[in-house]
Design a protein around this ligand. Sequence first.
Ligand code: NAD
Length: 414
Amino acid sequence: MGSGMKAFHATQVYFNRAADLMGMDERIRTALLTAKREVRVQIPVEMDNGTVETLLGYRVQHDNSRGPMKGGLRYHPAVDMDEVRSLAALMTWKTAVVDIPYGGAKGGIAVNPRSLSVKELERVTRKFVDQIHDVIGPHADIPAPDMGTNYQVMAWLRNQWEKYHGFNPACVTGKPVEHYGAEGREEATGRGVGLLAFKLFRRFGKSPRDNRVAIQGFGNVGTHAAKFLHEAEFKVVAISDISGAYFRESGLDIPGALRYAMHHEGRLEGYSDADRLPAEKLLELDVELLIPAAIGNVVTNENVSRVQANVILEAANGPIHPKADAILEKRGVTILPDILANAGGVTVSYFEWVQNLQHYKWGINRVRQELDHVLGSAFEQVWQESHDAKISLRTAAYKLAIERVHRATLLGGF
Ligand code: NAD
């Protein structure tokens, strides 16, 4: 697989581009890129049939100069130290660019969660916590859901961690709402994508109504982005999932498509209120805004010449290959980079943690308002930096993030 791996290579390229621009010393680069701690543990689990399987679990804590480290926990067969290490660094830049008081971390277990029973999944999760509970926690490193994990896994994780350390729901985010989870976490990434698209087009002086949007991926991020953009009166003309792309020139009935997916196990297969296109054609449509919200590396050297959108918002991690990115930049295409575009999720995770620490629950309106505030000010800063320094939004976002982490590291001292 490796959307993560690919996202990692891209992250390295973009980090170095910004660091070159800043004239950053090689030794400082090494200090900023090296993870604080890397843990690999053995997870022996008893399977339902009585046999014992030995799995490997990882947690990489990249940087804590700006606050406790934060990052998802991924269950996928391709998880390894390299991937987790790179995704941990990505979290450091993501939390820094939106300026929430966190560093970056990531973890995972090399396992296919669909091959496990619910009981096995629970045992794996609890065993993993047994191995790493002393290095994670509300003021050290706070896990969250990622590929292959969900709110149920987070509820087990919290329960197991609290067996060692006592009540403290802030030890993990992405929990069920009934278990100190935050209202609005589910919609946060997609909503953030929508909010940022709205702000970007307002900056261009363009009204949503005159702008056509194509969204690749109709999962958590894609559906919530589509809903927000439709409500904001953008013309969403194309959506897609693994079953293919669905297109309507005059604009899709997004509430109808959402209802359809809800009644068909989250899939669009069979949706007939639109024209059908091969899935990859979505990327090449004549639209003003393209939102890849599915997997990494979908805009490549091979198809970049056929991409027509003048604005691309990276809802997925690393959807544009760095070589394609360079071509698009030359062509004057505006790209809102993943480290900002999909930071709504970690931002609302931060709100969940704040609420847990204060033992105070916010309503959905407060969550939405604060999300708008955090993403809005990050967007304005990145936009300003890009214009002042005459650099792309991506390089501006990395530059701001790296400067913040660098400065915090120097202030703290060694
Ligand atoms: P998801 O699993 O809920 O949905 C993924 C969607 O993409 C599904 O509709 C799937 O059918 C579709 N898809 C997969 N391959 C495709 C292809 N080749 N062509 C078209 N559609 C395809 O995942 P998600 O949580 O919505 O995450 C989407 C992306 O956003 C991922 O890259 C993820 O890393 C990133 N992201 C998610 C969050 C979050 O909070 N969920 C936060 C940050 C980044």
